[in-house]
Design a protein around this ligand. Structure first.
Ligand SMILES: Nc1ncnc2c1ncn2[C@@H]1O[C@H](COP(=O)(O)OP(=O)(O)OP(=O)(O)O)[C@@H](O)[C@H]1O
Ligand SMILES: [Mg+2]
Length: 498
């Protein structure tokens, strides 16, 4: 037995994040940790990794009771964690981040940069990651940062590795690499704890599963003895179907027309139309240019040539302000950087894109703000202590729901959803799809980027596929994953630089 957690408790002010966290992990076992957004998974793992301290309960490591006051203490015992939110140093390079806090020294006690660079480059090469040891981390996409976190953890030579949603921002091929890593670690008799919301991953990695609900461990079982539906049932404590299929609608007038749009080095003569009532999926591999397309359409990146028409009239989109004025909304991929003000309350985040709707004569009308916020909390079931809670204190998935709410409150007519369900639990995913469906039915046009092909098949009326900055084809909504892959596939791995 590597790790035993017994009745772990943790409070954050008035929030009881953990009431009784129990988990046993043996060497050579991959243990899945499942639960809805806000169930306490990350909190429990941060306690194991020494990032936060528990209020009660026991933690036993290789037979001895332990208390970690700092991450370095957990790390010295051989515990490493790949975090849900990136904890990397943005201004340093990939190699420097992999060795951060445990730099290699040369003879004179000097940091040996060349050696660190070489070791990092070999590690990246070995796992076929589309990274370069010299790139600055701040220029990486969320997927790139996640891969650096993974390199950092596997390099540590630990006996327990914790992955907190490692694949939520990764492409299929990168996900395959992560699975390979996990299996190698298991074969080397290390313990792995793996948190994921992707039900399709369960069987490919897990030996055992433990389910947390509302801060309590409700079930532990061998993977072979439990069905996915049973796991979902333990997670949500009610009947939820993971099966969603959107009913197609008859599309209305063209809302967004893009003609020959080129931007930066990547986007090359992109043309497509989204009509009122439609949800158009945008598939492709990480690095294909889908996020870049959303950013160009929203005025974040400059449009170098081409035309954008909204409801038939050409519009100038030179900044996000102009995009918003034209009726566009972007739900960005990287919620931390672009979508969320972590140090401000939920209510501020939800209403900041729609201030005119909650203001009277330039003053924010408190009751209106409270109402809009409470509606958002109810609609997407945001788990929080109330609208005044700071957004940064929410669990990962609940932060994503706040970002989505922000744009729903605004009532835009054209929505660009970039990986909207990343990190969102199974029940809430269907709720997000239903919200998108409602928006479309009320006349909005939606472009949805998703790396999870099953999701595109569930939701989209049509699917555009991108590869290397170009649209390589359009498929009907009821196509197959193989067809999407055929149009998306690369001959060489794409880079993950942003
Ligand atoms: N620093 C903090 N301050 C206040 N509350 C917090 C803090 N960190 C977590 N919480 C709360 O603790 C609860 C559990 O959060 P946690 O991040 O562990 O959930 P999770 O299971 O990892 O969810 P997700 O799937 O969304 O990542 C949530 O209600 C969250 O709002
Ligand atoms: Mg979490």
């Amino acid at each position: 037995m590597l790790l035993e957690l017994r009745a772990i408790e943790k409070r954050f002010g008035g929030v009881r994040a953990l009431k009784s966290g129990n988990l046993n992990v043996e060497a050579g076992e991959v243990h899945l940790l499942m639960g809805e957004n806000g169930a306490g998974k990350s909190t429990l793992m941060k306690i194991v990794a020494g990032l936060i301290q528990r209020d009660g309960g026991e933690m036993i490591w290789k037979g001895n009771p332990v208390n970690f006051a700092r991450p370095a203490e957990a790390s010295a015992m051989g515990i490493a964690m790949v975090h849900q939110e990136s904890l990397l140093a943005p201004h340093l390079t990939v190699a420097e981040n992999i060795f951060l806090g445990r730099e290699l020294q040369s003879g004179m006690g000097m940091v040996n940069r060349k050696k660190m660079r070489d070791v990092a480059a070999r590690l990246i090469e070995e796992h076929h990651f589309p990274l370069n040891a010299d790139w600055a981390v701040e220029r990486l996409s969320p997927a790139g940062k996640q891969l650096v976190e993974i390199c950092r953890a596997i390099h540590n030579g630990s006996s327990l590795l914790i992955f907190d949603e490692p694949t939520s921002s990764l492409s299929e091929s990168e996900t395959g690499e992560v699975f390979k890593i996990v299996r190698t670690l298991r074969d080397r008799k290390m313990g792995v704890i793996y948190i994921t919301h992707r039900l399709d991953e369960l069987r490919s990695v897990g030996d055992k599963v433990t389910v947390l609900r509302d801060g309590e461990t409700v079930h532990t079982e061998g993977m072979a003895n439990i069905t996915t539906d049973q796991i979902i049932h333990y997670m949500v404590g009610r009947e939820v179907s993971a099966i969603y299929q959107r009913e197609p609608v008859t599309p209305g007038e063209p809302m967004l027309e893009v003609r020959n749009l080129s931007s930066g080095k990547l986007l090359d003569k992109i043309s497509f139309t989204v009509r009122a009532g439609e949800i158009v999926g945008l598939g492709g591999l990480v690095g294909a240019g889908r996020t870049e397309l959303c950013k160009a359409l929203f005025g974040v990146d400059p449009i170098d040539s081409g035309e954008v028409l909204v409801r038939g009239s050409a519009v100038r989109i030179g900044s996000p302000r102009e995009a918003v004025a034209a009726g566009l909304a972007l739900i960005p991929e990287d919620r931390g950087k672009a979508g969320l003000s972590r140090s401000l309350p939920i209510s501020f985040n939800v209403t900041m894109a729609s201030l005119e709707a909650v203001s009277k004569m330039g003053m924010v009308n408190k009751p209106a703000e409270v109402e809009v916020t409470n509606n958002a909390i109810k609609r997407l079931r945001i788990k929080c202590s109330g609208g005044t809670q700071l957004a940064g204190r929410l669990s990962g998935g609940n932060q994503q729901k706040v970002v989505i709410s922000k744009w729903l409150a605004r009532g835009a007519k054209i929505f660009l959803f970039d990986e909207p369900t990343r990190g969102i639990d199974v029940g809430a995913k269907v709720e997000v799809f239903e919200v998108m469906d409602e928006l479309a039915r009320s006349g909005a046009a939606i472009l949805m980027v998703s790396s999870e092909m099953p999701e595109l098949l569930q939701v989209a009326d049509r699917i555009l596929v991108m590869r290397q900055g170009k649209i390589t084809g359009e498929l009907p909504g009821r196509t197959t994953q193989q067809e999407i892959m055929r149009l998306a596939a690369f001959d060489k791995a794409p880079g993950v630089i942003q």
